[in-house]
Design a protein around this ligand. Sequence first.
Ligand code: ADP
Length: 299
Amino acid sequence: MPVSGRRKSIAFFITLGACLVALATALNVGWILLSWREVALLVFGIIFFMLIIVGLVLNTTFLIREIRRNEQHDAFINAVTHELKTPLASIRLYLETLKKRETSEEQQQKFYDIMLADSDRLLQTVEQVLRAGSVGQPRRRLNRTIIDVGEMVGECIALAHTRYHLDPDAVVYTELLDGQPAHVKGDAEELRAAVLNLLDNAVKYSDKGVRLSVEVAALADKKVAVRVADSGVGIAQAQLNRIFKRFYRVPGRVMARVKGTGLGLFIVRSIVEKHGGKVFAESEGPGLGTTFTIQLPRV
Ligand code: ADP
């Protein structure tokens, strides 16, 4: 069903639910007025009508939640299909060109580089979907070792530089450690994935050139913080918590322009919470950049 048709039928059923609740309330009031002298009947009547109203409200709430979830699943399937199809189509096109036409050595090298970048993008999408599945499993065991957070963040920044061909001064990295070691106990691969997701987003949602500030700081209560700040599209106050939900993407023009699956921050939060930490976002509002902070217990 097209989106506008679906919206109309959703609006119809929500209105129907609201009308039913109003009708039940009117009946209840009528019942009280008519039978106020027969106390036992009145009491039972009120209780049953209350139960019906509560049931209707619960039912409508459940339906609305299911409809929203369904819409998010649809958007996710579309996004993943797009993310898988586009690089594959591109690789295929370059392979066909290489097969059919005479190409110079220089051109060939260029094509190989593009195909490699496309296959990286493909791999990233597949890894992201697999990781979203695995981090959601409560029984999955972590491969814990002692990790130097500063070193790990440095590696992630270097990877982001190569992945996105950033200017040498696009990322400013600062350590505020006061000579204290920033060691945490955790799964290196998972923590690296969390930090990389924040860096990927910071680059993706920077509309006026990438200018990032990354900080590793020792906090007073035996914690270490990793902050990733960008000067990009920013986030409205009301969305700051929702963005960590699975499949959730902030609606609007930016989402239509910047592709994504809505899994990244869900993965970040799942990983950080499994390590006994927390993650949160701060933004002055749309257009004013965003800062993400991960806090982890230090060892
Ligand atoms: P995706 O980026 O694939 O959409 P994420 O879970 O990584 O999914 O992010 C969820 C949403 O949060 C994004 O759709 C985007 O609207 C918002 N968001 C995430 N990071 C940033 C950022 N650095 N600046 C602005 N908005 C962001």
